[in-house]
Ligand binder design. Structure first.
Ligand code: PBG
Length: 340
């Protein structure tokens, strides 16, 4: 009797913890999921047939020769990754101020795409459209006469032809990551006229002028040209402070004919992912960029964060914000874990 009087039970009409009691119930009620179908693996390709070359600032990421690349695509497909985003690490010798190498049908990227489509045709290959792996100055386009800025319209002339070359080599989707005005419409036009109406455009729509791209620039060598100085792309990439401008960009890409809209980086821009999800019916992708990956690895290396838990939480957060697809350097290891 007295026991019962001591046990004071609060009169709470709602007790949320009832549905968190054990992991089975928690699984039943999980609202957001991460499947291998949601993941796109970015891959780096290099010339030659030498061994995979580690990218120092991205533990576990390598520059692969074309034969190793096709093998990696087979392996990724076997564990459920349906698409890869390809980035060429071009030798310095082919770079010039105009990014001419981007139009060479037998250049590294077209050859790599062709090889993948020959040996792993089921893999969806996404080809990057931007000049930074091809320009000696590291910018995504060609410079104006005074060399003071990237010139929009002359860059478009190159990018549209680049997209055609990539489509001709077998790319399933092209992904313009350059942030020039009017590029989506211009590329759509050229592709359609060249008989590539079936090639989709995944637009890097809301691409911010972010410090999180540092390790990627090491990987493709676009930073090398300016040495230690920060390669500033602020005259074409979005100001990180501007959510409204980001939405305008994305909706403009939709009008111009983009098939998928992307936000990049992902983690620091979940508000943009969420807003874009509510403003469009197109699929939304988000790119968990090199710096986000490096950050998690660095903290885990110090023993300050648990790698797997932080990794999984970061990806789930991107899905929760509304991304259908996630480009992530964690794709392979997460897929392996999902399958196990
Ligand atoms: C540029 C490009 C960048 C990335 C992909 N394409 C960065 C940049 O603007 O220099 C970054 C990807 C990453 O950081 O993982 N066309």
């Amino acid at each position: 009797m007295s026991d019962k009087e001591d046990l004071f039970v609060y009169d709470l009409p709602v007790r949320m913890r009832r549905l968190r009691k054990n992991s089975r119930i928690r699984n039943m009620l999980q609202e957001t999921h991460l499947r291998t179908d949601h993941l796109i693996a970015p891959l780096f390709v290099k010339e030659g047939i030498l061994d995979p070359e580690p990218v120092d600032s991205m533990p576990g990421v390598h520059r692969l020769s074309v034969p190793d690349l096709t093998e990696e695509c087979r392996r990724l497909l076997d564990i459920g990754i349906q698409a890869i985003a390809l980035f060429p690490c071009n030798p310095k010798e082919i770079k010039d101020p105009f990014g001419s190498g981007a139009l060479d049908p037998s250049g590294l990227a077209p050859r790599a795409i062709h090889a993948i489509k020959q040996s792993v045709p089921e893999m969806t290959v996404i080809a990057d459209v931007a000049l930074d792996p091809y320009t000696s100055h590291g910018h995504d386009g060609v410079l104006n006469a005074g060399q003071t800025d990237v010139d929009n319209d002359s860059t478009l002339n190159v990018l549209t032809q680049m997209a055609r070359v990539l489509a001709e080599s077998g790319a399933d989707w092209v992904a313009p990551s350059d942030m020039m005005d009017g590029r989506i419409g211009a590329i759509r036009d050229v592709l359609d006229n060249a008989g590539h109406a079936d090639v989709a455009i995944m637009a890097y729509s809301a691409k911010f002028n972010s410090a999180y791209y540092g390790p990627f620039r090491d990987a493709v060598g676009s930073q090398a040209s300016v040495g230690k100085a920060y390669l500033d792309k602020g005259s074409y990439q979005l100001n990180p402070a501007n959510p409204r401008e980001a939405l305008r960009e994305a909706l403009l890409d939709e009008e111009e004919g983009a098939d998928i809209l992307m936000v990049k980086p992902a983690g620091a821009y979940l508000d943009i992912v969420s807003k874009l999800r509510q403003s469009t019916d197109l699929p939304v992708a988000a790119y968990q960029v090199s710096g986000e990956y490096a950050q998690i690895h660095a903290a885990a290396e110090k023993g300050w964060l648990d790698l797997k838990r932080t990794r999984n939480e970061s990806l789930l957060a991107i899905r929760r914000a509304g991304a259908d697809l996630i480009l992530t350097y964690f794709a392979s290891e997460v897929a392996a874990e999902i399958n196990s």
